[in-house]
Write a protein that binds this ligand. Structure first.
Ligand SMILES: Nc1nc2c(ncn2[C@@H]2O[C@H](COP(=O)(O)OP(=O)(O)OP(=O)(O)O)[C@@H](O)[C@H]2O)c(=O)[nH]1
Ligand SMILES: [Mg+2]
Ligand SMILES: [Zn+2]
Length: 296
């Protein structure tokens, strides 16, 4: 009988995955059907067939999972065993508060620590600077860590590298914000084997599947495909409220204990948004997302 080895899923494509063993060797592995879908970051058991091939036979329990909603109402696994979600925004394509809010909801509900990155700060000009600073300060005031970077100007990369140390992080955000560029900038001696493997698998500029990289020092960083469509959501509207950390200070004072903070009388959250104690723009975005979920 072949012996079972412990491995880490570096990337996955259909019924095959690239698995790394404890020594850092990579294997092209078939995935046993009964295991379901594996994702980047999964810890597995596998049997080696030769120097570069094997079969995944078991999946270890996951400490966390990140899923992305699909347009048919289902969701798809993106990564497993991560402890930090890096929400990457850029000066171009335009900063999307709606998207940041959505990722923050996911982070709060899954208990995975979020980090917000504004990339391409080299493209800031007097026109967009004020707007973007105001957008960012809304999140900083809520206690979220915000880091500004420019891959082009090599700015802010040390600060980002520091936040990534000892974590398993995933970069998420719109297509074209610079996630893969950040990975390349953070990994000067990028693992050639992984680079070669992923290029052979996809041969495209735009990232099409999540890939895990080891950071210098400690920590892992997962690059993921950019989102284009996020109009559909897999949450129930009543779960949403737990994704807004600033509501917790007020919700105990609402007249109804199950207040949705949308239309009820004597809603302390709504009052706080009117008085400015809660950022009124973010509250408006909450109402819009609640409505969207409720009508889905
Ligand atoms: N000006 C400027 N351009 C940048 C910066 N970072 C990345 N880019 C450019 O932005 C474009 C998109 O970068 P990618 O790293 O491929 O973006 P991505 O987020 O990985 O995109 P997807 O894989 O499609 O999700 C490329 O042309 C990069 O050269 C930056 O800091 N400043
Ligand atoms: Mg990419
Ligand atoms: Zn309320």
């Amino acid at each position: 009988m072949k012996s079972s080895l412990s491995g880490l899923v570096i990337t996955q494509h259909g019924a095959t995955a690239i698995i790394e063993n404890a020594k850092g060797n990579l294997y092209h592995c078939k995935i046993r059907r009964n295991l379901g879908r594996l994702v980047c970051g999964d810890r597995v058991q596998f049997e080696q067939e030769d120097d570069s091939n094997g079969v995944v036979t078991g999946l270890d329990p996951r400490s966390s999972i990140l899923e992305r909603p699909l347009s048919n109402g289902n969701s798809r696994l993106v990564a497993a065993n991560i402890d930090q979600i890096v929400i990457v925004m850029a000066v171009k394509p335009a900063f999307s508060e709606a998207l940041v809010d959505r990722y923050l909801v996911i982070a709060e509900l899954t208990g995975i620590q979020p980090l917000i990155v504004l990339n391409k700060t080299d493209l800031l000009d007097p026109q967009n600077h004020t707007t973007i600073q105001a957008q960012l300060s809304c999140y900083a005031e809520l206690g979220y860590t915000v880091i500004e970077t420019s891959v082009k100007k090599e700015h802010g990369l040390d600060a980002l590298a520091q936040q990534l140390q000892s974590h398993t992080s995933i970069l998420v955000g719109q297509s074209g914000v610079g996630k893969s560029s950040l990975v390349k900038a953070l990994l000067p001696d990028i693992d050639i084997r992984i680079g070669a493997l992923s290029d052979a698998m996809h041969g495209r500029h735009t990232t099409s599947t999540s890939i895990l990289y080891h950071l210098p020092g400690s920590g892992d960083l997962i690059d993921s495909p950019g989102v284009r469509d996020f109009g559909v959501w897999h949450l129930e509207a009543n779960q949403l409220v737990r994704g807004y950390r600033e509501f917790a200070d007020w919700s105990g004072q609402c007249r109804f204990s199950n207040c949705s903070h949308t239309h009820e009388p004597d809603c302390a959250v709504s009052s706080a948004a009117h008085s400015g104690a809660i950022n009124p723009h973010r509250y408006q975005r909450y109402l819009a997302m609640y409505e969207e979920l409720n009508s889905a």
